[in-house]
Design a protein around this ligand. Sequence first.
Ligand code: MRU
Length: 360
Amino acid sequence: MDNIDNQAAASWLQSVRWNSAENQLDLLDQRLLPESIVYLPLTTSEQVWDAIKQLAVRGAPAIGITAAFGVYLGVRDVTGSREKLLDAVAKQCEYLATSRPTAVNLFWALDRMKQRAVVLAAEGGEPEAMKQALLDEARLIQSEDEQTCRLIGEHALALFEDGMGVLTHCNAGGLATARYGTATAPMYLAQERGIQLKVYADETRPVLQGARLTAFELQQAGVDVTLICDNMSGAVMSKGWVQAAIVGTDRVAANGDVANKIGTYSVAVLAKAHGIPFYVACPMSSIDLSTPTGADIPIEERHEDEITQGFGKRTAPQGVKVFNPAFDITPNEYVTAIITEKGVIRAPYQDNLKKLFTEE
Ligand code: MRU
């Protein structure tokens, strides 16, 4: 992929930007943060697939938004009948769905794009107009995510008090979404309103989303953030510095089990041991009622190099056996509440998550 050095137009760093002038997707390369701000100009769905796979873009909602634009990029040059376009949309969705397995927002966004194409075709849409409508749909997914995250922030902030210490893991921040993040949304809203929160960001091995991304974006926004190694969260809790833990999620199963970045489970267990509430903040699109329990969520395993030479130099012996799951499952009994744009959900999750969808 070509690199373009390109300062963010917005006052916050937007991870996904549709560039109308060039008719391309400008994607912030999150692998290079915090050192460089580089936007990748993406013009094909293959580039989008690769960007998702290689973590240039990451975080469940941002992956979904990016893939939605990828569908448009993958079909915009298709010529011929509406049936041919519909077929191409379905193929692109299938293809992009193979980029990463765990975040359900990817499949949710692709399904939404596919359904939109089906409706447009049923309405007798002309292929060129259908393509434009698919681009509009991707943009709508992005703008809705911004509003969703802000609402999540409102509901989450109601659970927090001025002066509280809040611990987070990985990056469920603005970079992982359209804006505000999920777990970080209350932190941004608190900042806007002069409410003091003291945030502890786990560095999040192996690829350091907490250090490179969460600490970076919160610091940029002026939020009081302290970076700690993953193995320090218990010590920080035992000192009484943390009154709440809040994380994002890649998928919530029907029973309330939660998949999130590896290490989240340890944070949840530690939080319970210290009597600290453990919150999961996510859009409704991260809740997957078709997956019964956490055991049914596919967990991505990534390359061993992330662990053996993740800092750009070898830190483990050649040939050592490595286990590198990108996510873990936090059983629902450790989850104090799930915070969505629709409000705060508590146990019993099986019933209450279902209700949330039937009320829609
Ligand atoms: O491997 P990543 O960086 O895509 O993992 C991201 C996470 O685990 C996030 O916490 C999750 O996607 C929620 S983002 C709002």
